[in-house]
Design a protein around this ligand. Structure first.
Ligand code: CA
Length: 225
């Protein structure tokens, strides 16, 4: 039996279409159309959840929060209609790992699903002492040293913290709020200058401009390439 995916979507046309595609990729898909249904169907063989935010009974963000409580390690990918940027940020804060805005390309969805499942498998096998890595970027948090393609990169303290956070969450979205909170110990006050400056410097030092994707108004994702 394939890897289990729980698909939570109330639009029957989207749901059946996605289920067919995922099934064709060898995943074992279960479909539910409500938040209540999702919370009731979360058993052990579900390895990933694809969650629509606009559900008829419970708000998708609340569903995300409750799924996260039940299964802290479970990858959750949210689907959102256009113009719901704030909902996306709220969903990520509620514990979602990544998101797609409808309409999206199926190839994009499948790539994100593969990335999340890979990450989930790595999380399950990685020990605490192992350096973090994504692509050819390695971050040794205990030694506070970072490497690109085997070469050490000199980073300032905040740049190092930023890189460690992004690589630890490689393939997932890290919101700007979270970066400000975890690295600058401050709540996001709307000024982007400090973060933008550090991000630009980090990108330059990595020499991998494509490694960090900026998601406008939301945050960043380390692509591990
Ligand atoms: Ca919907």
């Amino acid at each position: 039996m394939g890897t289990g995916i729980l698909l939570v979507e109330d639009d029957e046309a989207i749901s059946s279409g996605l289920a067919r595609v995922l099934d064709g990729q060898g995943y074992a898909v279960r479909r539910v159309a409500t938040g209540r249904g999702a919370l009731g169907r979360l058993d052990e063989d579900v390895a990933l959840v694809v969650l629509d935010l606009g559900l008829p009974d419970i708000d998708g963000i609340e569903v995300c929060r409750r799924l996260r409580l039940q299964r802290p390690e479970l990858p959750i990918l949210i689907l959102s209609a256009r113009d719901q940027e704030l909902d996306v940020v709220a969903g990520l804060d509620a514990g979602a790992d990544d998101y797609l805005i409808k309409p999206f390309r199926l190839s994009e969805l499948l790539a994100r699903i593969r990335a999340q499942l890979r990450r989930g498998a790595e999380m399950a096998t990685a020990g605490d002492t192992k350096p973090l890595s994504a692509g050819d970027v390695v971050v040794d948090v205990r030694a506070r040293r970072a490497y690109v393609a085997g070469q050490e990169v000199e980073l300032r303290p905040r740049e190092f913290d930023l890189l460690a956070l992004l690589v630890a969450e490689a393939g997932r979205v890290v919101t700007r709020d979270r970066v400000m909170h975890e690295i600058w110990n401050t709540d996001w006050m709307g000024s982007t200058k400090t973060l933008d400056t550090h991000m630009a410097s980090l990108r330059q030092k990595l020499g991998r401009p494509q490694a960090i994707t900026t998601l406008r108004g939301v945050g960043y994702r380390f692509e591990g390439v």
